[in-house]
Every structure is written in C-alpha cells, then in structure tokens.
Design a protein around this ligand. Structure first.
Ligand code: GLN
Length: 289
C-alpha cells in the first residue's frame, strides 16, 4: 500500500468524536514508523511502504482506536519546548503544568539570576518539571524525587536526552532520599505536582486517563489533598528561610490548599489561574514556620 491509502484505511478506525485530529495522529504514527519528519508524509502520499510497516501501523491504529493515548504510541510529548520521551507507566506531561514551571523560571530569574540554588521536585514522573527548570535555569541544581521505578528510568532517559548535568533523579518516598543526604534548610524552592484527584473522582476522568495512565500519579486519597498535607508540613525542614513552596493543584482546590499552607505558617500565599480561569497553582513562603 502507499502512504495515502494507509491514512484512508486508518481513518476508518478513528471515527469516534473523542479523537480530535485523526489525520494528524495517523501521519504522526507513520512518520515515527518511517523515521521521517511529518511534512515528509504530506508530500510523499504515493510512496509505497513495506508489508512490515503496514502491519505495525495497523497494530498502533487499533491500539489508538481503543483510546490508548497517542503520546504513549509515539513515545513523546512536548513540554516547555522540549520533546520528552514518554512511555506507559508515567503520567503524560500536561500543558497546564507549564504555568507552574514558567512561574518558577521567572521567579529564579528575578531573585536568583545566575546564583547557585537548590530546587527540589517531589514526584518527578517523566522529569517534565525538574528537567525544564534545570534546562532553563543553569544556576539551579535540581533534585527530582519519585517513588516509582518507571519514573526514575524515564526521567533519567530524558536527562540524558537533554544533556543536563545540573539535575539528579532519586528514588524514594517524598523527602526520604533528601533527608538521607542530610540536606536541611538548603532549598530555595520546593515544587510538586502531586497526585491530587480525590479517590472517587478517578472513575469520572476521561477514559484515556482513567484506563491507561498510572493511578499512582493521580490518586490523592479521599479528598485529593493527602500529599499537600504531608509535603507542606515536611517541606519546612528543608526550605531556607523565605523559601518558596509551590504546587500544581486541582481546579477546585485553591481554597483548601491555601488553608493547609496557612495552617502550617507559610506567608504570602497566592493562587495562579490557568487560561480557563481555574485554580492551577498554589504557593507560599516559609518565613518563621
Ligand atoms: N492534571 C491531571 C489530570 O487532569 C492530574 C495530575 C495529578 O493528579 N497531579 O488528570
């Protein structure tokens, strides 16, 4: 078959409205299989492909037709201008999280430009947050922690992909690897995008997320706030005086996370909204807490 015939065939499998751009997805799949740029697919519709490519293509299209995320099929997701390697078992980086990362980069440029500072990321996943900060703020040394082997493996692949030496990915539960290194009051910034979906709401997530993304990265306990409580309390030991603790939060968690920060003594608590006007980021500063 030629490329255009394969695209037409593939379209029959991706008819449901949940797929918002099937022709593009199909071209991206073919581009990956043929190891070419997607513009090549547009301009070489008459190119013949081997039976082997045809079979691999159809296998991927069938997987996709069941809602399996395109990012896992392609093995890639762009975040902050960087092409992250992604595989089954790690959360796919979300555009909303760029709001959090952009804030941190601006904060560092404003208050610590060029300084050698320490940043800690709890729940690093694919490394989206840790590695973007390390990339755009070369003076920062970033420690990314994750409890999951798949996350440590994938984030290390990305560290190598972007050729970064100012970041270290450590396996362990929350602050445990850092306490082991005995780094108390040494962090200018602690950031986390923890699991924050309330347990019973996981069933209501889109099926692509619910069926195929890791529950470990989503489940925030009964009210979704478990990790905010733990991290907010323990971060006090690790932040410098006037250090920044900053979180991604769920669209309706601004008030609750602000209260947690307030109860633990953080000051200048602030919420940032996403482009839809929903709560997306919460932060506070450790003065005398
Ligand atoms: N934002 C993610 C979602 O919409 C949730 C990520 C998280 O729990 N940290 O599924």
């Amino acid at each position: 078959m030629v490329i255009d015939e394969l695209i037409t065939l593939g379209l029959n499998f991706l008819k449901k409205e949940e797929f918002n751009n099937p022709p593009l997805e199909l071209r991206l799949i073919l581009a990956k299989l043929l190891n070419v740029d997607k513009s090549y697919i547009y301009s070489h519709g008459e190119r013949q492909v081997t039976k082997d490519i045809e079979n691999q293509f159809m296998e991927m299209v069938k997987k996709r037709s069941k809602g399996y995320p395109i990012q896992y099929i392609l093995g890639e997701k762009e975040f902050m201008g960087l092409d992250f390697y992604i595989e089954d078992g790690v959360l796919i980086p979300r555009p909303d999280t760029e709001i959090l990362v952009e804030y941190i980069i601006n904060f560092i440029n404003r208050y610590y430009k060029g300084d050698r500072i320490n940043v800690l990321d709890i729940g690093a996943g694919s490394g989206a947050i840790s590695l973007s900060i390390a990339k755009y703020c070369p003076g920062a040394y970033v420690y990314g922690i994750d409890i999951d082997d798949a996350a440590i493996k994938v984030s290390n692949i990305n560290k190598e992909r972007f050729d970064l030496s100012n970041v270290e990915l450590l396996k362990g539960d929350l602050f445990e690897p850092i306490l082991r290194l005995n780094m108390q009051n040494e962090f200018q910034i602690i950031v986390s995008n923890p699991p924050y979906i309330p347990k019973e709401e996981i069933e209501q997530l889109q099926s692509e997320v619910k069926l195929y993304e890791p529950k470990l990265a989503l489940d925030g306990g009964i009210d979704g706030l478990n990790f905010y409580r733990k991290i907010t309390e323990d971060a006090k030991k690790l932040l410098i005086k006037n250090g920044l603790l900053i979180y991604e939060i769920g669209y309706n968690q601004g008030k609750q996370v602000s209260n947690i920060l307030d109860n633990e003594g953080y000051k200048n608590i602030n919420i940032l909204k996403d482009l839809q006007g929903r709560d997306r980021v919460a932060m506070g500063f450790s003065f005398d807490c």
